[in-house]
Write a protein that binds this ligand. Structure first.
Ligand code: NCD
Length: 308
């Protein structure tokens, strides 16, 4: 596609990508899924710097790299690095860029990925920075919706749960604004979508509604995107206790929904989805997690200039 350049690029915020660029990433991911590339990353090293817990993101980035013949170095918690001795993030990144070809970073502070990208001359991929953004999860979510529903254009999506602190919701809502999606934001008032995201969506002329009742939105939805209440972001543990069990999605929700509804969740789930839902074809969250491999393969090989 003319004019789309990924080589050498950082993946920090979903705002940095046009709708056309996002579709391009999805097309490369589809290619990766159909035709695996076991030697594409031979001789390349990915460094993963994870200062916050992760299962899917870290391991699927690692598996994606290894399945393309590449290698990985890194750490799964900050305490084992010299940050513990007081080294700055900037200096840590300066070291790691000398040891690798691409950096994947997760950090609890908003803006940490952007700072790392300024420090590094190699591509930096944001694997989640605080409550801010998680752009590669969004690419996985888009890929899953496109694959399961057959399109992105004009879909109706309901975001359920912790919309205040959930970075995957923040990234996905902005991404779907390119595709004329209609949105329902379903949460307790205290955990609603931040005002500045709503302002941004309004400016992009997105149609959205806010409610605390999933049943009000359900019949309209093509996608129900469930999220956990983000315990680690609460300043007051008692506040978390108040909200931790507010929603529980089980097979009964399928009664009031379109037959074709898909339920997504970036995972981990901690009680907000009843495992009894898993056996229904509408439950797409494990397929969504599996899509992490081709999508992250696409992202890595694009920024390293291995595919065009
Ligand atoms: C999410 C995250 O880390 O933001 N997990 C993931 O990457 N799939 C969601 C979450 O932690 O709730």
């Amino acid at each position: 596609m003319g004019g789309i350049v990924f080589k050498g690029r950082d993946i920090i915020s979903i705002r940095d990508f046009s709708g056309e660029e996002l579709l391009y990433v999805l097309s490369i991911a589809r290619r990766m899924e159909q035709r695996p590339q076991p030697a594409l990353m031979k001789g390349r090293i990915m460094a993963s710097m994870f200062f916050e817990p992760s299962t899917r993101t870290r391991l699927s980035f690692t598996a994606a790299m290894k399945r393309m013949g590449g290698d990985t170095i890194g750490f799964a918690k900050g305490e084992v690095t010299s940050t513990k001795k007081g080294e700055t993030l900037w200096d840590t990144v300066k070291m790691i860029e000398a040891y690798s070809d691409v950096i994947v970073i997760r950090h609890s502070l908003e803006g940490a990925a952007r700072l790392s990208a300024e420090a590094a001359s190699i591509p930096v991929i944001n694997a989640g920075d605080g409550t801010n953004q998680h752009p590669t999860q969004t690419m996985i979510d888009l890929y899953t919706i496109q694959k399961e529903i057959g399109k992105l254009d004009g879909i109706t999506i309901g975001f359920l749960g912790d919309l205040k602190y959930g970075r995957t919701v923040h990234s996905l809502a902005i991404a779907l604004s390119h595709f004329k999606a209609k949105m329902y934001f379903i949460s307790p008032t205290a955990l609603k979508m931040p005002e500045y995201y709503l302002d941004e969506l309004e400016q992009k002329r997105v149609t959205f509604h806010e409610t605390d009742d999933v049943l009000k939105a359900l019949k309209h939805l093509d996608v129900l995107y469930v999220t956990r209440i983000q315990q680690e972001r609460f300043a007051d543990p008692l506040e978390y206790e108040k909200f931790k069990n507010v929603y529980k999605v089980g097979p009964d929700i399928l009664n009031g929904a379109k037959k074709s509804l898909i339920v997504l969740h970036p995972l981990p789930r901690v009680g907000e989805i009843d495992p009894a839902l898993d056996e229904f074809p509408n439950a797409a969250y494990f397929r969504q997690a599996a899509n992490g491999i081709p999508v992250r393969q696409a992202v890595l090989s694009l920024v390293l200039g291995a595919v065009k």
